[in-house]
Write a protein that binds this ligand. Structure first.
Ligand SMILES: O=P(O)(O)O[C@@H]1C[C@H](O)[C@@H](CO)O1
Ligand SMILES: Nc1nc2[nH]cnc2c(=O)[nH]1
Length: 269
């Protein structure tokens, strides 16, 4: 299994290296409705379809391209467990970013707000997460040259990065992200249960990526865009097209946060 993943990384890396040789230190993954933020960052645009062995996103709002430049590598789109991908594929972008030279990763997503003070359009800086996916991307044989068999997860979201983000946007909310498989949204009863667990925002991604990134020794920052109140807390039914639309509307505030955070990271490390 591990061999497969490392082979996939190698194949993908070789096809990217035919296009450019940049080794940026900062990586970003853009969630639902956030793909156009990639244009904020300098680099060559490489469609996922031109990266050998790389899947193409099947979800609206994930454009499916890598923007690779001297300072940043931006994945506009990601692979979700609910799309039917094995965990190795879900975290392939993280292993690939690591092999490109990335040391700090900023993971973004669209999420449902569970905590009462969170409204659509709000940004939430992740302080921690709860993995309800029933799977972990590090299961299977371990390659000790990449990371430890039992990696510590007591500080997944690097405190220093959270401090930098709060300096840029002092009103930024903080909260715990809960990852579920989806693709069905939650029932109101599930949301009440998740609240008692301490989950502030709920989504279908990010956690496997964060686990893989910490395993690989990267600094990790997580940012959720609250695209809707979670099931039973708002009005009406949940709909992915609204998730994408609200994600796009939050782009302005997120754009400033991401661009300033990237420059702060470059100065800081
Ligand atoms: O990739 P993210 O986590 O931003 O996408 C969220 C979770 C589902 O893929 C989708 C549900 O609307 O948005
Ligand atoms: N699981 C889940 N994912 C989301 N992504 C955006 N909104 C939601 C939500 O309410 N629940």
């Amino acid at each position: 299994m591990i061999k497969n993943r490392q082979e996939m990384v190698q194949v993908a890396l070789e096809s990217i290296r035919k296009k450019n040789e940049y080794s940026p230190k900062v990586g970003l993954v853009l969630g639902s409705g956030l793909s156009s933020l990639a244009e904020e960052f300098e680099g060559d645009t490489i469609p996922f379809s031109e990266i050998d062995g790389y899947p193409v996103p099947t979800v609206t709002g994930h454009s499916g391209m890598l923007r690779l430049g001297p300072e940043t590598a931006v994945m506009a789109g990601r692979f979700h467990y609910y799309e039917g991908h094995p965990m190795d594929t879900v975290v392939l972008p993280i292993f690939l970013l690591k092999s490109l030279g990335v040391q700090t990763i900023i993971l973004t997503n669209a999420a449902g707000g569970i905590r009462h003070d969170l409204a659509p359009g709000d940004l939430v800086l992740l302080s921690d997460h709860i993995n309800l996916l029933g799977a972990n991307p590090l299961m299977g044989p371990n390659d000790d040259s990449l990371g430890p068999r039992f990696p510590d997860m007591s500080e997944v979201y690097t405190p220093d990065l959270r401090r930098l983000a709060k300096e840029i946007d002092p009103h930024l909310a903080e909260g715990v992200y809960g990852a579920v498989t989806g693709p069905s949204y939650e029932t109101p009863a599930e949301i009440r249960a998740y609240r008692t667990l301490g989950i502030d925002v709920v989504g279908m991604s990010t956690v496997p990526e964060a686990i893989a990134a910490r395993y690989l020794g990267m600094r990790v920052c997580g940012i959720s865009v609250v695209t809707n109140k979670a099931a039973g807390l708002g009005q009406g039914e949940l709909d992915h097209s609204e998730v994408v639309d609200t994600g796009k509307k939050a782009e302005h505030r997120l754009r400033r946060l991401l661009t300033e955070l990237v420059s702060a990271v470059r100065q800081h490390y």
